[in-house]
Design a protein around this ligand. Structure first.
Ligand SMILES: N[C@@H](CCC(=O)N[C@@H](CS)C(=O)NCC(=O)O)C(=O)O
Length: 220
């Protein structure tokens, strides 16, 4: 494990971005100092589309992490990098089976649930498909509902205090921002009691509290 102690980590983030929220939790769990450069996803047509940001990440999505000369996008890869580069709380267990269970749960959120509810998808539905705000809301709730139903079922086999056993892992780091946004969009969490209790337990930890959207320098 190589701790790069002399570099300042920079996170390009938006307070409400759930992918950036994941990375903020991971940085906090690792107790790494970092600075935030806010990228406003709405103002001025979205600063993620600016020339300067595009040059850094042609995908025009946050987060981006800079650590020395390294510039990385993709929250899952960023967290992989942090876990392999820095000591502190391990994000993925070393135990064989748990390791892959954690990865699969994290990907359930990051790959299957999150991308179809992303800002640019919702904007496309509204602007190009002329979907009403009401339909957009039901799109969001529909896909979250399907994703959370499966996640809740899987948790019955794996969960202890957290998603997989009694330690916080990447699965919790991915789940919490998704639940935060689901609640913001008015999703009824009653059918998902295990998810909800893990969400509440995680949110008692400083690493999760400090990463909350409302506690960011660009919160509105
Ligand atoms: N797979 C990417 C997804 C990143 C992503 O979707 N970021 C959203 C915020 S959560 C974004 O920047 N959206 C801007 C847009 O849709 O224009 C990751 O995990 O980092």
């Amino acid at each position: 494990m190589n701790n790069k102690e002399n570099t300042t980590i920079m996170l390009y983030s938006y307070w409400r971005s759930s992918a950036a929220y994941r990375v903020r939790i991971a940085l906090n769990l690792k107790q790494l100092d970092y600075q935030t450069t806010p990228v406003h996803l709405i103002k001025n047509g979205g600063e993620q589309h600016s020339e300067a940001f595009h040059e850094m990440n042609p995908n025009e999505l946050v987060p981006v992490l800079k650590d020395g000369d390294l510039v990385l996008n993709q929250s899952m890869t960023i967290m992989d990098y942090l876990d392999e580069t820095y000591s502190g709380h391990p994000l993925i267990p070393s135990n064989g089976e748990q390791r892959y269970t954690v990865k699969a749960l994290a990907q359930d959120v990051a790959i299957d649930i999150h991308p179809i509810n992303n800002l640019r998808v919702l904007q496309y539905l509204e602007q190009e498909c002329e979907m009403t705000a009401e339909h957009k809301q039901s799109w969001y709730k529909h896909w979250i509902g399907i994703g959370f139903e499966a996640f809740e079922t899987k948790l019955k086999h794996f969960s202890g205090l957290y998603c997989v056993g009694d330690e916080i892992t990447l699965a919790d780091i991915c789940l919490v921002p998704q639940v935060y946004n689901a609640i913001r969009f008015g999703v009824d969490m009653t059918p998902f009691p295990t998810i909800e209790s893990i969400y509440e337990r995680c949110n008692q930890q400083a690493a999760f509290i400090d990463a909350m959207p409302e506690n960011q320098i660009d919160a509105e």
